[in-house]
Structure formats: structure tokens, C-alpha cells
Design a protein around this ligand. Structure first.
Ligand SMILES: [Ca+2]
Ligand SMILES: [Ca+2]
Ligand SMILES: [Ca+2]
Ligand SMILES: [Ca+2]
Length: 295
């Protein structure tokens, strides 16, 4: 082999060896690229972009799986639209995006809710009366039998005094066939005994999923108790030398009624005290700035 041939083989001068190294390097790179294109060693990483990255995960092969259960009744809605990003390790890195749409199929996991009103009023001492009609709704898919028709009844957990005063008559025809229940009192109620009647109502959907919801009956006061004189001790702390009026609250009267202030007026039994001011309408008493230490 002469000098020229040796040079062609790259075994000769330093210059020739460099060229061969470069040729080898290019060959290697091309082979790598080819393997990568055939899907052999390409390092592509995947990730979920945006708000669904807590719910979805992508493995190294691009397979998408759930990290947690999806809730069809969650505020995010019934359809998940997630963007999956694939990023290679080229320089610069190239990115491809796929949009993944998941429609969540409903399961009956939400019991029905009572629709307002769930607060009712009855006047104490009134004859048994109808208070209103209870209706319900359900966040699951009604067409799948996960909602109406509903059933309603008084929950067994109601205490005896509630069951003694209240009835609930379920009617499947009410609320356009979704079912409703008429709430009534069955006896007069004394506000001084029960100012409120919390009524536990058992509501079930067509699939039998049930929940207990509490409605409230407020017993409105009537002035049915005479008042008696009351006594009350009020302590007033005043820094010395500082003069300002001090409200002492309402004059105390013994009366089991609590809504009958409008029926009352207040006045001094003797001539007005020079150091106190009385609001004859509300009964509020105010100490004058001139009140001094005393026992
Ligand atoms: Ca559901
Ligand atoms: Ca349901
Ligand atoms: Ca009274
Ligand atoms: Ca009363």
C-alpha cells in the first residue's frame, strides 16, 4: 500500500485519521436516528398539560391511565378534555399535542336533595294546618333511573315530640310525577315549649339511594303569657374622670314570650331618675355620664 492508498484508508497522516473519525461519527449518528425513527430508542416524554394532571397520568409508552376516580357531579363537569404533550429530546425539542376527551358515565352516587323552601312557620296555638309541600331534585342522570321518581317519609330518627306535632303525606303525583310530600301540623304547638321543630325527612331516588335532610318549622310567638316584674343587677365599670353615657341594656321583665316587645311600653313607677334615661318604647336604659362610684 502506497502513501496515497494508506491515506484513502485513513491510516496515514493525522489529517486522514480525522476525516475517517468524522465519517464514522456521522454513520453512527445516522444509525441512531434511524433506530429512533423506527421507534427503537427514541426518548419521548409524555405529560398531561393543564388542570387534569392530578387525575390522569401518562406512562413512558404514552399510555394514559387514571390517578384518581372521576366524579361526574363535580363542578368540572361530565366531560374531561385533557391535552397530552409528547416532547422528544432533540435540540431544539419537538412537541406534539393530543387532545383526549373522556365522557364520564353516571353512577347513582348522589342521593336526592330537598328543594327550598325547607323552612316553614306555624303560629303557636294554631289549629292543625298545612305548612307546605316538599319537593326534591337529584344531580345524577335521571334518564338512567338515578333520579326521580322520589319517595319521602319522616325519618325514624325524629324525636317523639316532632312525630306528635307533624305529619308528612307523600304523593307520587306531585311535582309533575317526580313525587312530593305535604307537610302538616297535627296538633297545636307551644312556642314556650318548642320554639323550633327540626323535622328529619328521608328522601330516596328511583334507584333506592336515600339521604336524611332536616327541615325546620319555626313556631311563631304569640303574646300568651302575662309578664311579671323582674330584677337585674348591672355592674358598670367607669375610668375615673371620664364622662360618657353608658347603655345598660333593656329593663328586665319576666315573660316567657320572646316576640312580644312590640306589645310592651316602659315607664318609671316613680318620677324619672336623674342619672338614668329610659327609652319607653324599647325599654333600654342609659346611665348618664354623671354616674359616680357607688354600691
Ligand atoms: Ca353520579
Ligand atoms: Ca341519585
Ligand atoms: Ca307576654
Ligand atoms: Ca308565647
Amino acid at each position: 500500500m502506497n502513501e496515497k492508498e494508506r491515506e484513502r484508508e485513513g491510516e496515514g497522516t493525522g489529517e486522514g485519521r480525522k476525516e475517517k473519525d468524522e465519517r464514522e461519527r456521522k454513520k453512527y449518528t445516522a444509525k441512531e436516528t434511524l433506530i429512533q425513527r423506527k421507534g427503537g430508542k427514541q426518548q419521548v416524554s409524555y405529560r398531561v398539560e393543564g388542570s387534569w394532571d392530578d387525575a390522569l397520568t401518562v406512562d413512558t409508552a404514552g399510555g394514559v391511565s387514571l390517578r384518581r376516580a372521576l366524579d361526574r357531579e363535580a363542578p368540572e363537569g361530565t366531560i374531561v378534555v385533557a391535552r397530552i404533550l409528547a416532547v422528544d429530546q432533540g435540540s431544539p425539542a419537538l412537541t406534539a399535542t393530543a387532545t383526549l376527551t373522556i365522557t364520564i358515565t353516571d353512577v347513582n352516587d348522589t342521593p336526592p336533595l330537598l328543594l327550598p323552601p325547607t323552612i316553614f312557620h306555624v303560629l303557636e296555638g294554631a289549629a292543625p294546618t298545612t305548612l307546605g309541600t316538599l319537593t326534591a331534585t337529584d344531580h345524577d342522570v335521571w334518564a338512567l333511573g338515578h333520579g326521580p321518581p322520589f319517595t319521602m317519609s319522616l325519618a325514624p330518627s325524629n324525636p317523639a315530640h316532632v312525630l306528635a306535632h307533624v305529619s308528612l303525606n307523600f304523593d307520587p303525583h306531585l311535582d309533575s310525577g317526580r313525587g312530593g310530600a305535604v307537610l302538616k301540623t297535627t296538633a297545636t304547638v307551644d312556642r314556650e315549649e318548642h320554639p323550633l321543630l327540626p323535622v328529619a325527612v328521608l328522601v330516596a331516588d328511583a334507584g333506592g339511594l336515600a339521604a336524611t335532610h332536616t327541615i325546620t318549622i319555626i313556631v311563631d310567638d304569640i303574646n300568651d303569657n302575662p309578664m311579671k316584674p323582674g330584677a337585674k343587677t348591672v355592674y358598670l365599670w367607669k375610668p375615673q374622670g371620664v364622662g360618657s353615657e353608658a347603655p345598660l341594656g333593656r329593663v328586665y321583665v319576666e315573660d316567657p314570650d320572646d316576640w312580644d316587645l312590640g306589645d310592651k311600653t316602659f315607664s318609671w313607677t316613680t318620677s324619672p331618675h336623674p342619672l338614668f334615661t329610659l327609652d319607653t318604647r324599647t325599654g333600654d336604659l342609659i346611665a348618664s355620664s354623671q354616674v359616680r362610684e357607688a354600691r
